[in-house]
Design a protein around this ligand. Structure first.
Ligand code: KG4
Ligand code: ZN
Length: 323
């Protein structure tokens, strides 16, 4: 059973192929170079680039798997949340393909796709899922596939966004996460950053204070590696403290960490020593991609969820609890 999955929610065009629940092909066309000069993603440029890339990338994915469009059993795409113009390109392409092939279409929530990327085959809910990316820092209790309870989210910046902003401050490239991680490894010392929201009762996140602190420390002339290390440690510690406390309060012992930031090795090490059973996405599946969308569709199909009507539109705003 072959599933084609497409994600064009932001600045990466992702096309993936999953066969019987296993990722076979996962192609991501990055737009990093295109947006670099502007210091952030320009939505209109992103849409136009998706439009240029989507068809050849889908053809390349099929060729790499050695199959043709007619071998597909179903087609899936990210419906939201994300940049509406960008979303529409992949979503409409996938709907058109499904219609032409007379195959079922699955509209997938971007965060469910991130969670599906970290979800090992034999694991049954309930468990906790932290999605930490450039656009989201959300902690969910996953009661079942399609049944999510939001425990807490960020009050301001997303975790990945904070890595990107601090990286920019230090004159590093985009995306900032891998750059900060690399620089932090070189550091022989660190400048300590305060861990945010230490005394809260809830499970919220906040990263804007770390960003402000970074500005002050740069102005005070601290060396970049020590700053990168201090920032990374505080950001990771903050994520860990909130999630571990949520696990203690709710009694959950299993945790999935998903989204672009889940690739961070300092974060992985910190969560692994937390006394929980923790799962991360395999390499290449933590950042935005199409295979995770196909994996979510596979889970939905296997669980007996109906396919989505082709009349259903894409949406920029869509809480996961409503997916
Ligand atoms: O999931 P993703 O590809 O896109 C969104 O849905 O936002 O996440 C991208 C984010 C970026 O902010 C990037 O800096 C961050 O994930 N990221 C990392 C690492 N690799 C990517 N953050 C920290 N450490 C990393 N190794
Ligand atoms: Zn994402």
């Amino acid at each position: 059973m072959w599933i084609l999955g497409i994600d064009t929610s932001c600045d990466d065009t992702g096309v993936g192929l999953v066969k019987d629940g296993e990722v076979v092909v996962n192609l991501v066309a990055s737009q990093v170079a295109l947006h670099q000069a502007f210091g952030g993603v320009v939505p209109e440029l992103a849409s136009r680039e998706h439009l240029k890339v989507i068809r050849p990338l889908a053809e390349k994915a099929l060729a790499e798997a050695g199959i043709g469009p007619k071998d597909l059993s179903l087609v899936a795409a990210t419906r939201g949340p994300g940049l509406i113009g960008a979303l529409l390109v992949g979503y409409t392409f996938a709907k058109g393909l499904a219609w032409a092939l007379r195959k079922p279409f699955y509209a997938i929530h971007h965060l469910e796709a991130h969670i599906a990327a970290a979800w090992p085959p034999g694991l049954n809910p309930p468990f906790l899922a932290l999605v930490a990316s450039g656009g989201h820092t959300h902690l969910f209790a996953v009661e079942a596939l399609g049944r999510y309870r939001l425990l807490g989210a960020t009050r301001d910046d997303a975790a990945g966004e904070a890595f990107d902003k601090v990286a920019r401050l230090l004159g590093l490239g985009f995306p900032g996460g891998p750059e900060i991680e690399r620089l932090a490894q070189e550091a022989r010392e660190k400048v300590p950053f305060p861990v945010p929201l230490k005394d809260q009762k809830g499970y919220e996140f906040s990263f804007s204070g770390l960003k402000t602190k970074a500005v002050q420390l740069v102005e005070a002339g601290h060396p970049a590696p020590a700053l990168a290390r201090g920032f990374q440690e505080a950001a990771v510690e903050h994520l860990a403290q909130v999630v571990i406390r949520a696990a203690q309060d709710t009694g959950h012992r299993v945790l999935l960490v998903a989204g672009g930031v889940a690739a961070n090795r300092a974060l992985q090490a910190r969560f692994q020593e937390a006394g929980l059973t923790v799962y991360f996405p395999p390499r290449g599946l933590s950042q935005d991609n199409g295979a995770m969308v196909a994996l979510a569709a596979w889970r939905r199909y296997e669980a007996g969820f109906p396919s989505s009507p082709l009349s259903l539109g894409a949406t920029a705003y869509w809480p996961l609890e409503e997916a």
